[in-house]
Ligand binder design. Structure first.
Ligand code: GLO
Ligand code: NI
Ligand code: NI
Ligand code: NI
Length: 404
């Protein structure tokens, strides 16, 4: 459709799942020791940059994403953290210049450190709010230095455990305040990445404020952030919210807010974020239909927020898993393009909505604009409802033909 596969498949690799995953989970200790550990945390961080870019090059990945704490040790003070970040950012910049690999987005981790126990922007502690602001400011400086195309906010601890001790209005006002400061600072330093909010309904808090695409859009509109903010949607977060991934993508697209995606797939039987690599071509076909419908996803991309299983010990698995994910998306794109090219879906929809678009249906919709005239029409014509059966079976059987 006028664009190359690469222009649609703007793959990015996640620093955190690739470099800092050690297989630990709430029930168990690390299961792998990656070969990039050094004598000090800063040495490890440097080794990681080397190894990460080796992986990116071997996978021919055009983009990457990271949190501040993935790339540099936090040290004992904010000052020390910033100075570590400067050292590593310079290293990353060198590697980017050398390889041509670009930064899709970075973000500040405002959820792992114990100081964020009650949130970051939503914290009841002013010191924590200020600390969050400092990390975001630094994140934007780094984004400018590395030419980041987007900047993500996932509200890791922005939510509540009990409403009985929570001031929801105040907390949401404060989160919005922080976002406005981020917009203003970007303007000040002359760097305007596309800002993205990543919805997730629960985990780690019992109820996350950015529950799903629709809830997050309401927040964006309430605080008048729509000129600078779009959504970063994740497959597994959609299913956690009780939606399909394509539901979330559609909600974003029809509201002009489809920004980027975190690609992974959840196990629908489990109630948490398992971040499995996407391997279901049926799902990725539906995702790519939305992305094509959206005329692409730039400046966002397809970030693999996916991790190898705890039972995986060998670093080779990092390659195999990403290759499987890339392939699944590439096949999804091919299927989606074929489905759109032969007008299968648009014909199906035209048929389903024929009465709206042609003849008497169109006239009713155009002429009768109030409840009284529609009531009159209905009384005269009776309830003439022809029960056109759903096309679901037809859709399913046809879609199967496209999956290669
Ligand atoms: C957690 C989220 C998380 C974010 C990341 C970037 O469930 O998916 O991985 O994507 O922190 O903001
Ligand atoms: Ni994510
Ligand atoms: Ni997630
Ligand atoms: Ni994740």
């Amino acid at each position: 459709e006028g664009k190359t596969m690469k222009e649609h498949l703007r793959f990015a690799i996640a620093y955190w799942h690739t470099m800092t995953q050690d297989g630990s989970d709430p029930f168990g200790n690390p299961t792998n020791q990656r070969p990039w550990f050094g004598a000090t945390p800063l040495e490890t961080a440097k080794n990681r940059v080397e190894a990460f870019f080796e992986i990116l090059v071997k996978l021919d990945a055009p983009y990457f994403c990271f949190h501040d704490i993935d790339i540099a040790p936090e040290g004992d003070t904010l000052e020390e953290f910033f100075s570590n970040l400067d050292i590593i950012t310079d290293l990353i910049k060198e590697k980017m210049d050398e390889t041509g690999i670009k930064l899709l987005w970075n973000t500040a981790n405002l959820f792992s450190n114990p100081r964020f126990v009650n949130g970051a922007g939503s914290s009841n502690n002013a010191d924590v709010f200020a600390y969050s602001a400092a990390q975001i400011k630094k994140g934007l400086d780094i984004s400018k230095k590395l030419g980041g195309e987007n900047y993500v906010f996932w509200g890791g601890r922005e939510g509540y455990e009990s409403l009985l001790n929570t001031d929801m209005a105040l907390e949401q006002d404060n989160i919005a305040r922080l976002f406005k400061m981020a917009i203003a600072y970007g303007e000040k330093i002359g760097h305007k990445p596309q800002f993205l909010i990543e919805p997730k309904p629960k985990e780690p808090t019992k109820h996350q404020y950015d529950f799903d695409a629709a809830t997050t859009l309401a927040f964006i509109l309430k605080y008048n952030l729509q000129d600078d903010f779009k959504l970063n949607l994740e497959g597994n977060h959609a299913t956690l919210a009780g939606h399909t991934f394509e539901h979330e993508l559609t909600v974003a697209r029809i509201n002009g807010a489809l920004g980027s995606i975190d690609a992974n797939q959840g196990d629908v039987l489990l109630g948490w974020d398992t971040d499995e690599f996407p391997t279901n071509v049926f799902d990725t076909t539906l995702v790519m239909i939305e992305i094509l419908e959206n005329n692409g996803i730039a400046p966002g991309g397809i970030n693999f927020d996916s991790k190898v299983r705890r039972s995986s010990f060998a670093p080779e698995d990092l390659f195999l898993a990403h290759i499987a994910g890339f392939d699944t998306y590439a096949r999804g794109l091919k299927g989606a393009a074929a489905i759109r090219a032969d007008k299968f879906l648009s014909d199906l929809k035209a048929k389903r909505y024929a009465s709206y678009q042609t003849g008497i249906g169109a006239n009713i919709m155009a002429d009768k604009e109030d409840l009284e005239s529609l009531t009159e029409y209905s009384l005269q014509h009776g309830a003439d409802i022809t029960n056109e059966s759903s096309h679901i079976e037809l859709v399913k059987s046809h879609l199967n033909d496209y999956l290669v």
